[in-house]
Design a protein around this ligand. Structure first.
Ligand SMILES: [Zn+2]
Length: 262
């Protein structure tokens, strides 16, 4: 534990993310290889130039009434830990047998080749879900509309300003929270941001439970679309991008595993 707590911020990110970058084409090739090796179905739902957007689907092997879990990553092109965590999860192939998984490993591949948050046209896709302008957002929403409702959604992100891992919870029906269990799991591999205020919202123990009304917000992140249209419980996970990339990937993988094996 002492070793782990000694992980220090790198101090690299002045004004924006200046950490490691990834070859997104190589990562997504490895994602596809891992998914096909382990029997996932792959659907390409959008193509643009050299990039393909794809969704992975895994049925439950044991039940016809599975819990349905949606996981997405890579909507911000300067947050490499998400797609790398997706790759690790697919390679480890350690999924609950009673769950059906819908997995979108990278929602903004063009952003990764530019190492920037937005897509190639400068649109922040994670503010584009109310009145979508970007073709890839429209394609993603069209894909979502074809899917059943989800019992749980998880959106994988990073925050270059944070002092450790934290998460946002959306749980309007007060279902049993998975937040504390995720934080406990992450603590073993990555510092948690214990600030009482994160991104302008009250936080406690690395958990932000924002009081939001999507109807009052003009620019919807993906999570607002999910909580209003597709699910009644979900989490946005924020790995601290001023820490080593391996630490951030470990944090996201630990949080996802804690949430899905609940
Ligand atoms: Zn993000």
């Amino acid at each position: 534990m002492r070793e782990i707590l000694r992980v220090q911020k790198l101090g690299k990110n002045l004004g924006s993310y200046h950490g490691e970058t990834i070859d997104i084409h190589a990562v997504l090739r490895d994602v596809q290889t891992a998914a096909l090796t382990h029997g996932w179905a792959l659907e390409i739902f959008y193509e643009q130039g050299e990039f393909k957007w794809f969704a992975l689907h895994r049925s439950s092997p044991v039940t016809c009434h599975p819990s349905r879990i949606y996981i997405s990553a890579g909507i911000h092109g300067d947050e490499p830990a998400g797609p790398l965590a997706a790759l690790r999860l697919l390679q480890e192939n350690n999924w609950p047998t009673d769950a059906e998984i819908f997995f979108l490993p990278c929602l903004n591949p063009a952003g990764f080749t530019l190492n920037k948050r937005e897509n190639a046209d400068g649109i922040d896709l994670n503010r584009d879900y109310r009145n979508p302008q970007a073709a890839e957002t429209r394609a993603h929403i069209a894909w979502l509309e074809r899917q059943p409702k989800f019992d749980l959604y998880l959106c994988l992100h990073e925050d270059w300003e944070s002092h450790g891992f934290y998460l946002y919870e959306q749980n309007p029906d007060n279902k049993i929270s998975r937040a504390e269990k995720m934080i406990e799991a992450v603590k073993k591999v990555c510092p948690v941001d214990l600030s009482e205020n994160i991104e302008g919202r009250a936080a406690k123990g690395g958990i932000v439970r924002p009081n939001i009304s999507p109807s009052e917000r003009p620019d919807w992140p993906e999570a607002f679309y999910l909580i209003t249209q597709k699910s009644r419980q979900g989490y946005t996970l924020e790995a601290p991008s001023d820490f080593p990339l391996a630490t951030r990937v470990n944090a996201l993988v630990a949080a996802v595993n804690a949430a899905i094996n609940f």
